[in-house]
Design a protein around this ligand. Sequence first.
Ligand code: AVJ
Length: 345
Amino acid sequence: MSAEALSIATGNATLPGIAADREAILRGLRAPQKRLSPKYFYDKRGSELFDRICSLPEYYPTRTELTLLTDHVDEIATLAGERAAVIELGAGSNVKARLLLDRLHAPAAYLPVDISGEYLLEQARSLRGDFPGVHMQPVFADFTRAFRLPKLPAALGRKLVFFPGSTIGNLSRHRALRLLETIAVAAKPSGALLVGVDVPKDPAILHAAYNDAEGVTAEFNLNLLTRLNRELDAEFDLRRFEHEAVYDDERRRIEMRLVSTTRQSVSVAGMRIDFAPREHIITEHSHKYAPEEFHALARRAGFVPERTWIDAGGLFSIHYLTTRRECAEVRYVSRPASHNATLRT
Ligand code: AVJ
């Protein structure tokens, strides 16, 4: 175990918290359709609530993705090759990274990138003692904006960008394309992307996943208001807002909302925000992609889809893509027989 201090590199975020985003947040709250970015969910408490969501019986993505990763990690290791540098976007909990670092072939570096600074450091610290040979450098950054990656050690193998959890689903289809383009450029010439993507499915399954019986998702959603109260000097009364999550079958996305149960005015950072009865703030979109749609998006961004793994239930997918243009064939592995039933056109 190394006693050396592990410090955070600054990607683009500097201040902890949301005070620096005051203008953007107020703009969202004053728009005709009120909205808040889901990136603000992840203060310390929000990150902890999200980890609780991940182990809920209704929330299938995390355990399905972890099973897929566990089942295919040796093939992923072969594809990634020796001395890979793993760059994880939206790192959060270190469970998946631990699995990768355990099984990759002599991984050289691990750079978790996250906007939740405190949680990022805690998770990286608990990893580093177990992987003394891996250069570890947490990066405090909002990856939806341009950020600087710290210098990587010499004699690296491939850059492997790891983007699990269907976090990409938070972005609109257009912005997902832009982010994939950025990743492709950053990973060139021989880089790869391992990305977890949620897929369209029976709306009842989706509804349950975002409206759990225990109410943890509701607490996660409402915690955003608690955070605004604490960090932006807001005065939301949490008893006058409720959680709602609806699936839009046509756009293939979940929309999470905070619904005002009454007519009310709320002061936020000195501004007055008015709510009509049942008016809502959109707090999150979670887009779902059938494999073919994701491949098309990734190709437009400059990636070549090489492998796609889907569980037998057709619930979740992980894709391994490279920035090399030579290998064109996509091989489906464990493609469920019922797969076409989950496709939307
Ligand atoms: C972290 C964006 C993948 O969309 O499923 C879980 C966040 N929100 N439950 C998702 C979330 C409500 C999650 N992502």
